[in-house]
Design a protein around this ligand. Structure first.
Ligand code: NAP
Length: 443
């Protein structure tokens, strides 16, 4: 891989800056067509991209295919949004003059993306930015640069002009990104990654008062009420916990089950977790691939040991297998005490702590007792209960009787220290638009 230094990073900003005026002036329909062409090319080449994703980060091939479909959809969705950017014209309330609002692309954007969804996390930024008329520089995670380079090549092949989509691969993320943020030609930062790095980048972005979008860490509570359809709750919990091997910001990190159904839910969930097969992501029939690296496996091992030391019981898994590879088995823990570190840390792996609860107020307080606020999941057949949780959970998103909430047509994002801004939906394009307002005297 090319290992960019600061000079290379600034060279990318130079071309992104120079391409900006022409791209912003390109008719929206033309920009839209290039995004549609990207959607089609990604869909046609899905198998190649999926294989690359699995080789880079270890998720099973079926999940990598799912990521390609999900990532490609952002190009289709924002192709449709590109031609629907609108301003307003109205009479000022006091009369006498008119108010005109003109949306404009914010300018060259810097994107920093994580390794867990090497295609989709970039697509969620590049597609709306291009739709709005912005040029882009993406710095993918050092562990998964190939997928982003592949996407950039596809976009070049379908005819996206030079300078509009740039990718900078580097092992010196701190230095290169700092230099980009310190340069006044950069007008926007969108970051997906840990809250810890997000805080650092927000401080750096403050110097030039950059527009920022932050998609940060989560600590999702998944709540199973006694009146839930348990088949639905089990399916939802499996997806919310195990999608992407648990290496997802919206993964269920804490599973709260109401006391009357605790035993049945736990037994059935443990059985399903225990039946998953662990192995190389490219092999047939594998449900759980390798984790990203040694540090990740060691962290999960430590979190499980900490919970067990404090009194948790392991029902399934819980031991790192011998042999090569960064594998960790699907694990279910019960009787997890409140001070277990895994309840306040993003586990980012296939480990599910189950905790029982007896009242909605109690579980709501526990669910909200975290610096994060990305998503919560609730399983209940009682509409009023579902709505009370939706209103009471301090999160940007709620899954009601559903473990899968990601959708390019819905606004994805968090509150509290899980982030600022939304990706996808109509909100997604607004992140890349400034508004100029003109006051017009019309005697
Ligand atoms: P990370 O360590 O924060 O890294 C994310 C990106 O930031 C990588 O490209 C990384 O580059 C770069 N980076 C690291 N330090 C930097 C610095 N000082 N200056 C500039 N860039 C820097 O996160 P990760 O481990 O890759 O990803 C997992 C995290 O992402 C989890 O917390 C997860 O919840 C979060 N996430 C959130 C969402 C969401 O939508 N809210 C979605 C997916 C993931 P290197 O690879 O070179 O270190």
């Amino acid at each position: 891989m090319a290992d960019a230094d600061v000079v290379d990073g600034l060279a990318a900003l130079d071309v992104a800056g120079k391409a900006m005026a022409e791209w912003a002036a390109t008719p929206p329909r033309k920009r839209s067509e290039l995004l549609t062409a990207t959607y089609r090319a990604l869909t046609e080449r899905s198998e190649e991209v999926a294989r690359l994703i699995t080789l880079e980060m270890g998720k099973p091939l079926a999940e990598a295919r799912g990521e390609v479909a999900y990532g490609a959809e952002f190009f289709r969705w924002f192709a449709e949004e590109a031609v629907r950017v609108e301003g307003r014209y109205n009479t000022a309330p006091a009369g006498g003059y008119r108010i005109l609002t003109v949306p404009k692309p914010v300018g060259p954007c810097v994107f920093v993306t994580p390794w867990n969804f090497p295609l989709a996390m970039g697509a969620r930024k590049i597609a709306p930015a291009l739709a709005a008329g912005c040029t882009t520089i993406t710095k993918p995670a050092a562990q998964t640069p190939l997928t982003m380079l592949f996407l950039a090549r596809i976009m070049e092949e379908v005819g996206v002009p030079p300078g509009v989509v740039n990718v900078v691969t580097t092992r010196r993320a701190g230095e290169v990104v700092s230099a980009l943020l310190a340069d006044r030609r950069t007008r926007k930062l969108s970051f997906t990654g840990s809250t810890e790095v997000g805080r650092v980048l927000l401080r750096q972005a403050a110097d030039n008062v950059l527009r920022t979008s932050m998609e940060l860490g989560g600590n999702a509570a998944l709540i199973v009420c006694a009146d839930a359809d348990l088949d639905v709750a089990l399916d939802g919990a499996m997806v919310a916990k195990m999608r992407n091997i648990g290496e997802s910001c919206i993964a269920a990190n804490r599973i709260y089950v109401e006391e009357p159904v605790r035993e049945e839910f736990t037994a059935r969930f443990a059985k399903r977790m225990g039946a998953l097969s662990v192995g190389h992501g490219l092999d047939d029939g594998v449900d759980v691939g390798a984790l990203i690296d040694e540090a990740s496996v060691a962290k999960i091992d430590e979190l499980v040991a900490d919970a067990v030391d404090r009194g948790a019981r392991v029902l399934v898994g819980g031991e790192r297998p011998d042999g090569p590879g960064y594998f960790y088995p699907p694990t279910v823990l019960v009787d997890v005490p409140e001070d277990a570190r895994m309840l306040e840390t993003e586990i980012f792996g296939p480990v599910a702590p189950i905790i029982s609860f007896t009242s909605d107020d109690e579980v709501m307080a526990k669910a909200n007792d975290t610096e994060h606020g990305l998503v919560g999941y609730v399983f209940t057949r009682d509409l009023q209960r579902a709505l009370r949780f939706t209103e009471g959970l301090e999160t940007g998103m709620v899954g009601i009787n559903r473990g899968l909430i990601s959708d390019p047509s819905a606004p994805f994002g968090g509150v509290k220290q899980s982030g600022i801004g939304r990706e996808g939906s109509h909100e997604g394009i607004l992140e890349y638009l400034d508004v100029t307002y003109a006051a017009i005297d019309l005697p």
